[in-house]
Write a protein that binds this ligand. Structure first.
Ligand code: S6P
Ligand code: ZN
Length: 189
């Protein structure tokens, strides 16, 4: 039997950086078709800001093993919609996940394949359990980077297809300085 070596790392709680991790950058141009307000999207595309960065330590896709990653989701809006991550189901749909809030304010939008949505507010210290089968997307509703840790099965994988195509049944928007969830007019089951 050969054993893997344990890992201990310190997350930089200001920047979200995990030493030795693999970095992924998502700019606004990577999120084409995701936001409701296409005009506002095209306008902001001139700047093409970074929407989020992911710092991941991942293992081979094997049952029983775990990956972990921080996400740094920047503050911003496209029209009235707050910046968000793409959102996904897991390729192995029954794989669950744990999130832990590190910095900033935001929340998680979750959804069953039938479109039943849940919104869970997150701040530093909040733990969110993502049950099997639920799609999940994080949203920055604050004015500083929203940073969190995710721990997920190494064989979970990401299924972006259906969210890229249909989105979530709810939109998270700003209205009169408040965070509001409204029905997505484009949602179809
Ligand atoms: C992985 C976990 C997170 C996200 C990250 C970016 O299962 O849920 O690390 O990958 O927050 O979001 P997305 O939807 O672009 O993968
Ligand atoms: Zn996930």
């Amino acid at each position: 039997m050969t054993y893997k070596n344990p890992i201990g790392v310190d997350i930089d709680l200001e920047t979200g950086i995990i030493p030795g991790s693999k970095k992924l950058v998502r700019r606004l141009s990577d999120l084409k078709g995701y936001f409701q307000d296409e005009e506002a999207y095209e306008k902001l595309l001139e700047e093409n800001p970074i929407v989020y960065e992911v710092y991941a330590i991942e293992q081979e896709e094997r049952e029983g093993d775990l990956n972990f990653a921080t996400t740094v989701l920047y503050s911003g809006r496209v029209g009235r919609e707050f910046f968000f991550t793409k959102g996904h189901y897991h390729s192995k749909a029954d794989r669950a996940e744990i999130y832990y809030g590190i910095r900033g304010r935001g929340g998680m939008l979750l959804q069953t394949p039938e479109g039943k949505a849940e919104w869970i507010e997150m701040k530093p210290g909040t733990v969110v359990y993502v049950p099997p089968y639920w799609a999940h997307r994080t949203v920055n509703t604050g004015d500083e980077p929203f940073i969190f840790l995710a721990v997920y099965p190494a064989d979970a994988g990401h299924d972006y297809g259906s969210i890229a195509e249909k989105g979530f049944s709810k939109l998270v928007i700003e209205e009169d300085g408040r965070v509001k969830l409204v029905d997505n007019p484009k949602w179809k089951e």
